[in-house]
Design a protein around this ligand. Structure first.
Ligand SMILES: O=C(O)CCC(=O)C(=O)O
Length: 390
């Protein structure tokens, strides 16, 4: 089913010096174990319109599930066209406000952070205090080839304001229905991003659990920090994909440094890669221990990432301060932040008029109506200042 990535596995292993054999075995065994799990298939609802029980059970058991063939070729082409346009307006370097033609670059006059850069094959977050220090250990940083740029963006935040195609993925009716099934009909947004892992360049994202606010909540459960959808534009492999340690979303806060120490390496035992074809969309619990190695292979990965929460997980909650400045998420903020859902549903309706659009219950009860047009586009500028970061 998935493309043969053995050449990439071999090439990747060679970056690991004395650990080449260990890395090769780890990637191969991880891929095999991932493909043996019963947690992939098309999105399916039962006759009552609920997410099929075996999908819910597998998601609950492992903390992730791969929905196959969610995005059509047409939709993937739209996303790739937007990605080309986005890359064309990347600043020339992390300090620059202009692109390669000297024109204003992406985010040049934005208040919110949009681009996070890394040296090629680096791990910019691991072992630092960034993002609440949740990336506790530094991953091995292989030496990149001489012809790579000194720094490249690996994360684009607030992505919905830069890509109509990503906005339309966000409004996908079946994915929004899944969000409703997991988080309730009044589900709330989280944040949206693109993870960009170019071959030979793409940075590592060290092992971490996403949640920061509810670990000691007396009502703690496996879904309290929400989930991310990870839509794959080019697919995702053992070499370039996110790895997860299945079941850890139920274990509370994990001492990652201790775990890595006890294993004796960053190659955590029992972890598996999220293996996807282009157009597949993984759902990944934010409490699941996960991370990605630098992309030392030949295949690109771009993940269209977007998450959702239970309303009760964010409403009145003092935010985690990672994706937006620390703030208490009152009703007004949650409602305003959810306009992305309204715009996305309408943007999708305009592009795919034959598709049955998703109906977001909170808009129905409030009588709210969202139209995707130039005014809406302007309204989305810096919308991520209010990401519901928990
Ligand atoms: O895509 C990646 O490499 C990392 C994704 C991740 O850490 C996340 O979505 O929280």
């Amino acid at each position: 089913m998935n493309e043969d990535i053995q050449n990439s596995i071999e090439a990747c292993a060679q970056y690991y010096g004395n650990d080449a054999d260990a890395m090769r075995d780890y990637l191969k065994n991880g891929e095999m174990s991932a493909l043996a799990l019963d947690n992939r298939g098309p999105i399916k609802f039962d006759k009552n319109g609920n997410l099929e029980e075996n999908i819910r059970d597998a998601y609950s058991k492992y903390g992730f599930y791969i929905f196959e063939n969610v995005l059509s070729d047409e939709e993937l082409t739209d996303i790739k066209t937007d990605l080309d346009a986005i890359r064309d307006i990347f600043p020339t370097d992390p300090e620059s406000k202009v692109n390669h033609r000297g024109e204003p670059a992406l985010g040049a006059d934005n208040k919110a952070l949009n681009l996070v850069w890394s040296k090629p094959l680096g791990d910019p977050l691991g072992g630092t205090s960034l993002a609440n220090g949740r990336h506790e250990v530094k991953m091995f940083e292989p030496e990149a080839k001489a012809d790579t740029p000194t720094a490249a963006p690996f994360l684009l935040l607030g992505s919905l304001q830069f890509s109509d195609a990503c906005l339309r993925v966000y409004g996908h009716p079946q994915l929004l229905k899944v969000a409703e099934e997991i988080n309730g009909a009044d589900f709330a947004p989280f944040n949206e991003a693109l993870f960009i892992k170019d071959p030979g360049i793409g940075a590592a994202v060290s092992w971490h659990q996403d949640g920061v606010t509810h670990w000691d909540n007396p009502d703690f459960d496996q879904d309290i920090h929400g989930f991310n959808f990870m839509a794959q534009v080019y697919g995702s492999t053992a070499v370039n994909g996110v790895w997860v340690l299945p079941g850890t979303h139920k274990q509370g806060k994990i001492d990652i440094a201790e775990l890595v120490e006890s294993v004796g390496s960053e190659r955590l035992e029992g972890a598996v890669p999220i293996v996807c074809n282009p157009g597949d969309v993984a759902i990944c619990n934010r409490q699941l221990l996960h991370g990605s190695f630098p992309n030392c292979g030949f295949e690109p990965r771009v993940t269209v990432n977007f998450g959702f929460h239970r309303r009760s997980s964010v409403l009145g909650v003092d935010g985690g301060g990672i994706h937006s400045a620390r703030q208490v998420f009152d009703e007004e903020i949650v409602t305003r932040r959810a306009r992305t859902i309204g715009y996305a549903i309408d943007a999708r309706k305009q592009r795919f008029p034959d598709e049955q659009p998703y109906v977001y219950r909170p808009f129905e009860s409030a009588g709210a109506d969202y139209i995707w047009n130039d005014a809406a586009r302007a309204d989305l500028k810096d919308y991520n200042l209010e990401d519901l970061s928990i």
